[in-house]
Each structure stands twice: as structure tokens, then as C-alpha cells.
Ligand binder design. Sequence first.
Ligand code: ZN
Length: 415
Amino acid sequence: MLLKCQRDPFLQEFTARVVSCQEVKKGKKKHYEVVLEDTILFAEGGGQPCDHGTLQTLCCDVSAGVQGLNLTQSDSVNVTDVQRKDGTAIHTTNKPVTAESNVKVALDWTRRWDHMQQHTGQHLLSAIAEQQYNMNTVSWNLGLEVCHVELNTTELTDEIREGLQADVNKLIRDGLSVVTSVFSSKEDPGLSSAHTRGLPADHSGPVRVVEIQGVDQNMCCGTHLTNLSQIQMIKLLHTESKRGNTLLYFVCGERLLNTLHSALAIHTSLNSLLTCPPDLFVGQVTKIQKEGKSYKRQAEKLSEELAVMLAATLIQQHGKVMFLQRDEIDAEFSVVLQRQLKEETESRVLLLVSGGTGAAQFMLKGPVELINKFGKEAGTILGGKGGGRDGRFQGKFSDLTKVPAALQFLRDNIS
Ligand SMILES: [Zn+2]
């Protein structure tokens, strides 16, 4: 059966009788599955996502006429999903509605309008790609931000993409009609020239054919615009290879405006950050990246020199325990320091402390027997946890005020 959304895709409100409402539990969560006598909410199919909307219980019989109905606002429930099951649209709601009651079905028109713009745009794009460029559509996707058609080609050049975009936009400007007809079945002889791309595999019964006047005929269960001019404009985006085919991304209508709006907002932000106009962005970023690499190299060199100098001062410290505390000790600095002190730590113990209150690290390095004997206890005095082997013990702690006690413990016991 064709639903009201398919018979009249521009209808935004509708009154229907509730056939059934069933509670469904999934773990701790529950929702309701509502079947209506008829619906203007499209169930996902033919590549088009489902509609969203609301159901609002009416307080009196629909047969009294729409004018005589009063609405009970508190009975409004959200429809968050609509799926087709054996030809019936199942509405998922957050609250129950009463079977046999009448409800006002309200469509989320912004979402539907977007879907119809992308969907009708896809019909046109696929038709022209096939007729003008011999590229057939294998599948398509109406995504949250961008859509794509999967074309059976590996040779979609920039030149072809530009030509395809120009051809499709010309037809949009021409404002050709989009007409939907209904045939008795898929086998109807009048359907010989129509594609079956948009028809669900398990479809039976009457079929709808969506015709772009003089351009294309396509069997499809979805909702469509009535004139190509309503698409407003199409922009073909990037491509991706997929198993011998090409995904061609696109946006139509309001989405194109939203995409442009986002791009311009990024331009404005970059303009402020880079202090140059958009045509100089790439050059400016390239310059900054180059400078960044140069600074990094210089910082690494200076860090290495500092580690070498500090190692020399540590060697000069008295006693068997060498101690260094710095706000930050990165891995490379630590490696250089340990390399410089390799010979020294064969007979002496090194205690390294870095970081700030709440997120500090310590490392002990020295003769295996000394680290095995005192490492764990030094870590306990610091109030931290750690581990290690082969003359190294390291871990994390949070209270820097405990460092002097740990150092004193090591100096008292290692001499
Ligand atoms: Zn369609």
C-alpha cells in the first residue's frame, strides 16, 4: 500500500487512527512501536533516511472534522525512527499513544525538505552521469552532512566532474517537472524503460515511478520534489576509489548553503589567526610549518646540550646519590642524561624527579642491588606507585613536598 507520505510528499500535518502501540524493552531502556492507519512519516527505504516528527492525541473523533478537533498538548510524543516491516510503517516513540485514538501526525519538515532535495538531486545526478558520461550508479548514500553516488568507473576526471556538475545545474535552472506515477506491479509493461535503483528488494504490489520530465524514469519508494528548480543547486565534491568504482560526493540545496556558510566561517577564523587573506592561507601555513620544524630542531639541540651540562654538574654532587628535579623532563632529555651518566650509575644512584603537584614522576637508576633494595621504599615515601627492573625503578606520585624525605632516605642508606 502506498502511504500518505508517498501520495503527497508536501503534506506536513495529517490526522490518523492509531492501529496499535506496543511497548518494547531493550535492557533498561524502553520505547514504543506505533502503527497508524496511514502516515505522512516516511519509513527508511530506497536510500532515504526516515522522517522524524510528533504524534499528538486528539480528544474527539476525527469523523467530526478537523475544525471540530481539540488538541491535548500533553499527549505530544516524539517519533524518532520509522522503519518498514512487511509493508507497514513502524513508528518508534518515546511515550505510548492509545490504540484506536486519533492523533495529529506532524512532520519534521526541515529534515524532510533536506532529504527530498538530496534525493531528487541524486536521481538527476545519476541520470546525467549515465546518459552523458556512461557511468552507472551502483549505490548511493544520503549522509548526515554529505551524500554520495557510487559510479561504476575508475576514470572520473576533474574535467568530467566539472562537466557533469554544469549539466546537472543547467537542468535544475530549466525547472523540469518531477512527476510520480503508480503502476500495478514491477512487471507492468509500461515500466520497461524505468530503472529499479530506488526500489527495496522485497517490494511487492504497486510501484511508483518517479519521472524527471523527458530525462529519466526511476522506480522509487522515496519522497521527491515536484520540480527540479526546488533542488536550488548541486555542488559536486571530492571522489574516493572503492573496489573498482568511484564514490562521488555531493550536496544540494540548503545543505550547499550550509556548507558554504561553514567554509566562510572557517575563512574568517583563519583570516584572523593568520592575518592574511584566503588566497595567502596556504603560503602562510607552509611558512609556519617550516618555521615550526626549524624551532623543533633547535629546541632538541639545546635540550641535548642542557642535558650534557646538567649531567656534568650531577657528577660533581657529593655522595652516592645524585639528584635532579625539573618541571619537565621529556623522554629524549632523559635518554641523553642517562647516557652521559652511564658509567657513573654503575656505582652511584640517580634520582630524577619531574612534573608538578598532582602529576609528578620519579625515576631511580643505579646498581641493580641498590635499586632492588631501596627503590620500592623510596617510591612508598614519595606516596607513589612504581615498578622496574635491571637497575631502574620509576613511577608516578602527586605530592612534591615528599621529595626531600625520599632523598634523605636514599642518602642515609646508600653511602
Ligand atoms: Zn527516489
